[in-house]
Design a protein around this ligand. Structure first.
Ligand SMILES: [Zn+2]
Length: 307
């Protein structure tokens, strides 16, 4: 390339004359699609020195930044609760799985299967509330999470809970006489719902982390959304192949076993990483909530912005 050899980017000669002192600038008007950080009122056309006509929050608060400490404290408290609930869902699930495996190895049976399913349903319900709250949009978001991500997270977690209830009824009242194929279908659908929920949750968490702002945490959450997405997809595909194609020979059975280990081991590591990510995020969100409360001139009364 001959262009790269010519000094096209030579610096401009330095101008030593000082820039004229600027004349007093009239208050600028908001030209972008900025919403009030407290009530979501569209502020376009207003002076940036004024107040929101709806709730009185200074306009400058909404234009300053998308950082969480400038967000509405009520919304932040909700998001903090959401992350804690998702964390507790994980704790209940992990504790229940360990108890299940211990019981299985000690007595050859995990005891009452209905009890196991009930604990699973309790965890799912905690996760349902957490995910639902995590998807509550903040009216003042300048870079909101794509609505499709929120819809997928809520749909995924709702299907998970619904299938847990179905599973419970099937196991508790086997008289429902459901076929083995149908039960398999329920489990596969539950795995797919889990996949969708986890990936969407992590995408929303990545957006939150970037607004702390904590770029490293944002990258970690994005990475985990892809990593867990790949692992869960791999396991789901493997389960689909095993269920519908079938494993005819011992060679294919061995191959499927290898494929499973290939996805299960990284998945365990990524789930542990997700566990610590949620602890870190929960602490960070609590701090952001406290900072947001200290922001001056915030109206203390009024309608919650997410009615
Ligand atoms: Zn407002």
């Amino acid at each position: 390339m001959s262009e790269s050899e010519t000094p096209a980017d030579a610096p401009e000669p330095f101008d030593p004359t000082p820039a004229p002192s600027p004349a007093p600038i009239p208050p600028a008007t908001i030209e972008a699609e900025v919403s009030c950080r407290h009530c979501g009122y569209l502020l376009r056309g207003l002076a940036d020195t004024g107040n929101c006509p709806e709730c009185g929050t200074p306009v400058a608060h909404s234009t300053v930044s998308d950082e969480l400490r400038f967000a509405d404290p009520a919304w932040l408290r909700l998001v903090h609760l959401a992350v804690r609930l998702i964390f507790w869902q994980m704790v209940i699930n992990v504790a229940a799985t360990i108890a299940y495996l211990l019981a299985l190895s000690a007595w050859g049976s995990a005891g009452n299967p209905v009890l196991v399913l009930l604990i699973g349903l309790a965890a799912q319900s905690v996760g349902l509330i957490g995910t639902w709250l995590l998807c509550v949009p903040n009216p003042a978001d300048q870079h909101p999470v794509a609505p499709v991500t929120r819809i997928l997270a809520r749909t995924g977690v709702s299907i998970s809970v619904g299938l847990s209830v179905v599973n419970l009824f099937v196991q508790a009242y086997w008289t429902l006489n459901i076929s083995r194929e149908a039960l398999l279908g329920i489990n596969l659908l539950a795995s797919a719902a889990q996949l969708v929920t986890t990936v969407s949750q992590l995408l929303i968490i990545a957006t939150l982390a970037r607004r702390i702002p904590d770029a490293a945490m944002g990258r970690r959450a994005s990475f985990l959304s892809r990593a867990l997405g790949i692992c869960y997809s791999g396991l789901l595909a493997s389960a689909l192949v095993t269920s519908f194609v079938g494993v005819s020979s011992s060679t294919t059975m061995l191959a499927m076993g290898c494929v499973n280990i290939l996805f299960v081991l990284p998945a365990i590591i990524f789930v542990i990483m997700n566990f610590f990510l949620l602890i870190r995020l929960s602490k960070a969100l609590k701090k952001q909530y406290q900072l947001a409360l200290q922001e001056p001139h915030l109206p203390t009364s009024g309608e919650p912005p997410f009615a």
